[in-house]
Ligand binder design. Structure first.
Ligand SMILES: [Zn+2]
Length: 451
């Protein structure tokens, strides 16, 4: 273990009681700051007859409204004449960001240089917790631009003293691997699988490359998919979870959940009705609150921001790595959860079925799934398409059996429906490059609900 190896030891191994007190201090300061500086909160406190000073601790956040991406969009141009969540004048704003919303106007975020520094600190802590040091050389396959992730990681690298290779995309020429002998890559699961394939095609084995560890950024995935990437690259694969809203959580070398930088972002987990917190260990909706150090300023403050992701608080005890900050389960996107016969399943459940180890002798890992309504009421068809490395050698029956075994493991309701015929599951096998999502620009949509 790397006990004693922290980016900011004073904060990262702070006693639980001290940390909780610090969080409550910062909640009081941040709520007050929002009430004084944000048009949205100024108006809200006035109209709801609650005084900012009534909010004393994190429990009191239950008194404040839960805001969502929709709330932000409704409180900015063109809906309103000004940005309701911006908390500083233009003089103090360093950069403006927009999240690529799936519908309507993108949400706007305003960052000061201090906001950038705080974001970078979160990534720096996470990198150090994963064993990164100043002699590391890291290829970043996340895009630089309106998303803050890649830029923030690069700024974090300056703090640690390591070298970044800001490729932005994962389609860089393979000679980069030889020329700079990178020690790590930040990318998604699928980019890392495709890169490995390109290397193999040029007679380079990823397992023998200079890569010592890999970082997955910004998506949920099945553990089976991570294990596969870890196997083909022969190294540890760490997960990070970050967003323009300022989350930035990361797994440490213990790989037992993502540490939340509790002094800089407060994370609550809500029940489905969004009116109370769930207990640690129970799954619920992730709701974030920006935390500012007392006296600090920020371009943007979000209180009770609904991320539309679900997670579980795994632990608030001291981790094997020595950190005391809480750990959460890899968040899943609520928008990627689908209901069939009163049973929910997520994209990750499909991915898990695809990435069953024995399947990977025949599959590339690329997949897509479609949901259709049936002829009879209450009937649903799930069609899963998987890409085979070699159609002639693809053991279709075996893949199907492995998939179903995994898919039904924790989904008794789905298995019952499958047996009684109200859920049909069809399997479709494609040649490399023939899945439908290849024909559509942008990030592949892995599940499409056509019901
Ligand atoms: Zn840890």
């Amino acid at each position: 273990m790397t006990e004693g190896n922290f980016y900011n030891p004073e904060i990262e191994d702070m006693d639980r009681s001290e940390l909780d007190a610090l969080v409550d201090d910062r909640i009081r300061y941040t709520v007050n700051y929002a009430a004084e500086n944000s048009l949205f909160y100024k108006k809200w406190f006035r109209e709801n007859d609650i005084k900012p000073s009534d909010i004393r601790s994190h429990e009191d956040l239950l008194e404040l409204p839960i805001i969502s991406g929709k709330t932000i969009r409704e409180n900015q141009p063109p809906e309103k004449h000004d940005f309701g969540f911006r908390t500083l004048d233009w003089d103090d704003i360093f950069t403006v960001h927009e999240t690529s919303g799936t519908s309507g106007t993108p949400k706007s975020f305003f960052l000061t240089w201090d906001d950038w520094e705080r974001f970078a600190e979160k990534y720096a802590r996470s990198f150090v917790s994963q064993g990164f040091r100043k002699d590391d050389r890291v290829i970043v396959c996340a895009s630089y631009g309106m998303n803050v992730g890649a830029n923030t990681m690069t700024l974090a690298a300056r703090n640690i003293g390591m070298t970044m290779i800001p490729e932005g995309k994962c389609t860089f020429p393979i000679r980069i691997m030889d020329a700079y002998r990178p020690t790590s890559i930040v990318a998604s699961i699928f980019k890392l699988i495709r890169l490995a394939k390109r290397m193999q095609n040029q007679n380079m084995d990823p397992a023998d490359s200079s890569i010592e560890k890999l970082i997955i950024g910004g998506e949920s995935f099945a553990e089976e998919a991570r294990r596969y990437v870890s196997e083909i690259w022969d190294c540890e694969v760490y997960n990070t979870y970050g967003s323009t809203e300022g989350t930035m959580c990361g797994e440490c070398v213990d790989i037992s959940g993502l540490h939340v930088p509790e002094d800089l972002v407060h994370l609550d987990v809500y029940d489905p009705r969004m009116d109370k917190f769930v207990n640690d260990g129970e799954c619920g909706r992730t709701v974030l609150t920006t935390l500012l150090p007392v006296g600090a300023k920020s371009g943007n403050v979000l209180i009770n921001y609904d991320t539309e992701d679900t997670t579980v608080v795994l632990s608030r005890d001291k981790c094997n790595c020595g950190r005391t900050h809480m750990k959460i389960l890899n968040p899943q996107r609520e928008a990627e959860t689908f209901w069939v016969s009163d049973t929910p399943f997520n994209r990750v459940d499909i991915e898990k079925g695809v990435f069953q180890r024995d399947n990977m002798e025949y599959l590339t890992g690329e997949y897509e799934a479609f949901l259709y309504g049936g002829d009879d009421e209450g009937e649903t068809t799930l069609r899963v398409s998987m890409e085979c490395s070699d159609m002639e050698k693809c053991e279709q029956e075996l893949i199907k059996e492995n998939f179903l075994h995994s898919f039904f493991q924790y989904k008794k309701g789905l298995e019952d429906s499958y047996i009684d015929g109200s859920l049909n599951i069809l399997f479709n096998y494609e040649r490399p490059g023939d899945l439908e999502f290849y024909r559509i620009k942008g990030r592949p949509k892995r599940i499409v609900d056509r019901r």
